[in-house]
Design a protein around this ligand. Structure first.
Ligand SMILES: Nc1nc2c(ncn2[C@@H]2O[C@H](COP(=O)(O)OP(=O)(O)OP(=O)(O)O)[C@@H](O)[C@H]2O)c(=O)[nH]1
Length: 384
C-alpha cells in the first residue's frame, strides 16, 4: 500500500481526542519551517547567480537559518508535543535573521518588512499574550535601532512599518481568539453527535452498534494479555405484559431503572449496552466464568429487588441471564454473544428469573451447562 504524500511532510503523527488545535499548530509550524528554509534558499541561489547582492555576513546568517530550520523540522516531525519549544526556537531564529538583514543588507529598502511576518505565526503558535509581548518588543526594538542603522528608514517609512505591525497584531489577536473558541464549539458539537450516534436515547447506555464495536476491541485486548472475557446477556421476563397492562410509558420507566441498576453494579472498565427492546448485554473483560457467575447472580437478585412503583402500583421485575466466557482467541464478539444468547434461552426454558451458563469445550464441541441456585452453581448437563 502506498503512503499518502503528506506523510513525507508531517509523518504519521497521532493526535488524541480534543487535540484539533494542536494538530493545526503542528501542521502550520511544519509548513512555516519548510517555507522559511525555501525562502532563504531562493535568496542564496540568487546571490550565487549574482541576481541579487547580499553582504557576506548575511549570506552566512541565511545559510545557518536554512540549516537550523530544516533541523527543527526534523525534531518536530512526529512529535506534536514539541510544537511550543520548537516555535520558541524558531521565533528566536527568525528575529536574529531579520536583524542580520536589517544591519547587513542596507541596500534592500524593504528588508524591515520581514518583521511583519512573525506576528501571525507568534499569535497562532504561542498564543495571544506572547503575541502581544513580541509585537511590543518588535515595535520598541525597531524604533530604537533605526537611527543606529547605516541607512536608516525615514520617519514616515518607519511609522508606516510600526503601525502596520500593530495593525496586524490586533487582527491576529482577534482572529486567534475567535478561531480557538470556534474550534472548541465544533469539538463540543462533535462530542454530542458521537453521543447521539452511540447512545440509546431511552437509557443512555451504548446502542447495539457502539456496544459491539467497543467489545470487539476489548475482547481482542484481553486475549492479547492471555485473559478470558465473559458476556452476561440480561433479558427481562414477560416484559410485554408490563407494556400491555401498565402502558408503554411504564415499560420505558422500567427499562430506565433496569439500566441504572446494571450500570451501578459493574466496573468502569466493563461494557454495557442495550442491544434490543428489553435486552441488555454486558462484556466483562479480563473476567473468568468463576468471577462472572457470582456477579450475574448478584445482578439477578438486584433486579428482582428493584422497587418500581408507578401510579402507586408496584411493578415487579425479573430477568433471565445467560453467561458465556471466551478464553483467549477462542471467540469473536458475535459468537460469544450467540453463546450467551443460547444460555439465556436455557434460563427462560427452565422457568425464568435465573442465571444459566453455557460452555462449549474447544475441539470436542462438548457442551457444559450450569445454573445458579442462590450463589451455588450446579452443572446441569455435562457431557462430552
Ligand atoms: N416500553 C417499551 N417497550 C419496548 C421497547 N422496545 C421493545 N419493547 C417491547 O418489549 C416487548 C418484548 O416482548 P417479548 O420479546 O415478547 O419478550 P417478553 O415479554 O419479555 O417475554 P420473555 O422474554 O419470553 O420473558 C415487546 O412488547 C416490545 O414492544 C421500548 O423501548 N419501550
Amino acid at each position: 500500500m502506498r503512503a499518502h504524500p503528506s506523510r513525507l511532510l508531517f509523518g504519521s503523527t497521532p493526535f488524541g481526542e480534543g487535540q484539533e488545535y494542536l494538530s493545526f499548530q503542528y501542521r502550520f509550524l511544519i509548513v512555516v519551517l519548510i517555507a522559511g528554509a525555501l525562502a532563504t534558499t531562493v535568496f542564496l541561489l540568487g546571490e550565487s547567480t549574482r541576481l541579487n547582492r547580499i553582504d557576506s555576513p548575511h549570506v552566512v546568517s541565511m545559510a545557518a537559518f536554512t540549516v537550523a530550520s530544516l533541523l527543527l523540522w526534523g525534531v518536530l516531525r512526529g512529535r506534536p508535543a514539541a510544537v511550543r519549544p520548537v516555535a520558541w526556537l524558531y521565533l528566536g531564529l527568525c528575529q536574529l535573521e531579520y536583524l542580520s538583514a536589517l544591519v547587513h543588507v542596507p541596500q534592500d529598502e524593504m528588508r524591515a518588512l520581514w518583521f511583519l511576518t512573525n506576528v501571525p505565526g507568534v499569535y497562532l503558535l504561542l498564543g495571544r499574550r506572547t503575541g502581544a509581548v513580541v509585537t511590543a518588543l518588535t515595535v520598541v526594538g525597531l524604533a530604537w535601532i533605526n537611527p543606529r542603522l547605516s541607512v536608516p528608514y525615514s520617519p514616515n517609512a518607519l511609522a508606516t512599518l510600526l503601525v502596520g505591525i500593530v495593525y496586524q497584531a490586533i487582527f491576529f489577536h482577534v482572529y486567534s481568539a475567535r478561531s480557538i473558541s470556534y474550534l472548541q464549539q465544533v469539538h463540543g458539537l462533535n462530542r454530542q453527535l458521537h453521543d447521539l450516534a452511540d447512545r440509546d436515547p431511552l437509557t443512555g447506555l451504548l446502542n447495539a452498534r457502539a456496544y459491539y464495536a467497543g467489545c470487539e476491541q476489548a475482547l481482542a485486548a484481553a486475549a492479547c494479555e492471555g485473559r478470558s472475557s465473559t458476556v452476561l446477556f440480561v433479558d427481562l421476563d414477560h416484559f410485554k405484559r408490563i407494556n400491555d397492562t401498565r402502558g408503554h410509558a411504564a415499560g420505558d420507566e422500567v427499562l430506565r431503572r433496569v439500566a441504572g441498576c446494571l450500570r451501578e453494579q459493574v466496573r468502569h472498565s466493563d461494557w454495557i449496552g442495550r442491544i434490543g427492546g428489553e435486552e441488555f448485554s454486558l462484556l466483562l473483560p479480563r473476567t473468568s466464568t468463576e468471577e462472572a457467575l457470582p456477579l450475574a447472580e448478584r445482578l439477578r437478585v438486584s433486579l428482582e429487588a428493584l422497587q418500581i412503583e408507578i401510579d402507586g402500583q408496584p411493578i415487579p421485575v425479573t430477568a433471565s441471564i445467560g453467561v458465556a466466557t471466551a478464553r483467549p482467541g477462542e471467540h469473536t464478539m458475535a459468537s460469544l454473544q450467540q453463546q450467551a444468547d443460547e444460555a439465556m434461552y436455557q434460563a427462560k426454558a427452565r422457568g425464568r428469573n435465573r442465571v444459566s451458563m453455557l460452555e462449549v469445550k474447544p475441539g470436542t464441541g462438548a457442551r457444559v451447562e450450569r445454573e445458579a441456585q442462590g450463589t451455588v452453581f450446579t452443572a446441569l448437563t455435562p457431557h462430552g
